[in-house]
Design a binder for this molecule. Structure first.
Ligand code: GLU
Length: 430
């Protein structure tokens, strides 16, 4: 039996696909996108659904379902994360794959867009079960992934350990002489296994940088600005870590298990220590007050950072938001209707495909590092990331001023026009 919450989440996932299509169609109309290219970009190239057996710790076999959707590869190999979540299904992964295509195009990377995942709640499985699940799924994906074909990365509930298992499984299926040439079949690996220094913090650092660029552009100081974060995983935590260094104050956090607030501020590192000892959850953090789930987005604050799942800011709660800026750490956290309300209320939105692109940019660095057998240092990585993100941010801002549109529309225009140009140059085979 599905719980009420899970049912709601599933509905939100369906909404994600509608959202991304609405966003795409609006911009396609606006820029008069070539009708043939519109047809191509409006569909997903490949949709894989894989049912695979895994032996559990108690000896029983469970059949699990995994997904990989490859949206478009006009600009290079498919690229995008793998998430382990009970609501993962074809529709949600299709939407997320499309967002990856826009994200890699916007940021000028030589990649297309894909997304995948397994329909499980990972908290129901032991570590060794998760290892077998991951390895068996990788094996089942076979040659549908590869360093020049489709390159997965971490996403919701997956991490560098997951990537190490995938890399090892994939490399073990190659001939011994070819093994090390295949390390970059995934990015987001542990540093000791071909991973990039700083890949762990790259998405959150990018979210923070985008907020910094935006506030600087508007002559606003981050000092004493109050912010709320939905999701205190990799993205939420690292964003908060960097914002705190600039003097911003965390006043509310929400995760899958609870919602907390403290008008006097929550110490980011202290909360992180608590989370690590509390099975990954912020619930019942003692130096805060618990609040109702539905009151979270109504908290008084300056900056609001959804950094968890899709379709969280909708027409139902967007009018409650008091922040002047929404910075999207998650993919697709704001519905089209929700965004209309935000914009009408004068709230600016830094769109996901720009705001959280630090992760995939760092993935590109890791892929390059593996290809050339180099090893980049943390400082170098962060400098390169900042330089790249600043350039993209400025480009989006310029486009939004030139065409008098919001930042999401501007980002979509840049992303879609880049792919359109490439198709027009090459033509359609045969
Ligand atoms: N899962 C991340 C995202 O949604 C990273 C993808 C990647 O590095 O390929 O952007």
């Amino acid at each position: 039996m599905l719980t009420k919450e899970l049912k709601q989440q599933k509905l939100r996932k369906r909404g994600m696909y509608e959202n991304v299509m609405k966003q795409f169609n609006t911009v396609a109309d606006l820029i008069n996108l070539n009708p043939n290219i519109r047809k191509i970009l409006g569909i997903t190239n490949n949709e894989l659904v894989i049912h695979f057996p895994v032996k559990m710790d108690n000896g029983e076999v469970e059949i699990l379902t995994g997904y990989r959707v490859q949206h478009n590869n006009a600009l290079g190999p498919y690229k995008g994360g793998l998430r382990y979540h009970a609501t993962t299904n074809t529709d949600s992964v299709k939407a997320l794959a499309m967002w990856m295509t826009w994200k890699t195009s916007l940021t000028g990377l030589p990649f297309g867009g894909a997304k995948g995942g397994i329909q499980i709640d990972p908290s129901n499985y032991s570590n060794s079960e998760l290892e077998r699940i991951t390895r068996r799924f990788t094996y089942a994906l076979g040659d549908n992934i590869g360093p020049d074909i489709d390159i997965p990365a971490p996403d919701v509930n997956t991490n560098s350990q997951t990537m190490a298992w995938i890399a090892d499984t994939y490399m073990s299926t190659r001939s011994p002489s070819d093994r090390s040439n295949n390390q970059h079949v995934v990015t987001g690996k542990p540093v000791g296994s071909g991973g990039l220094e700083g890949r762990d913090r790259a998405t959150g650092y990018g979210v923070y940088l985008n907020i910094k660029f935006w506030t600087k552009e508007n002559n606003i100081s981050l000092k004493n600005k109050r912010y709320i974060v939905q999701g205190f995983g990799n993205v939420g935590y690292w964003t908060a870590h960097f914002l705190e260094k600039d003097g911003a104050i965390l006043v509310g956090v929400q995760d899958a298990y609870g919602s907390i607030a403290n008008v006097n501020g929550i110490q980011v590192e202290d909360l992180q220590q608590y989370v690590l000892q509390n099975k990954g959850s912020i619930a019942n953090y003692p130096k805060s007050q618990p609040i109702e789930k539905d009151d979270f987005y109504a908290l008084s604050c300056d900056i609001c950072i959804p950094a968890a799942l899709g379709n969280q800011i909708t027409e139902e709660n967007a009018s409650k938001i008091k922040a002047f800026l929404v910075a999207e750490g998650a993919n697709g956290p704001t519905s089209v209707e929700g965004e209309k309300i935000l914009l009408k209320n004068g709230i600016m939105v830094i769109p996901d495909i720009l705001c959280n692109s630090g992760g995939v940019i760092a993935s590109y660095f890791e892929w390059l590092q593996n290809r050339s057998g180099e090893f980049w240092e943390l400082e170098e990585v962060l400098i390169k990331l900042e330089k790249k993100l600043k350039k993209v941010f400025k480009k989006v801002l310029k486009m939004s001023r030139k065409r008098n549109v919001d930042m999401r529309t501007a980002a979509y225009i840049i992303a879609i026009e880049r792919i359109e140009k490439s198709y027009l140059q090459r033509g359609i085979f045969p």
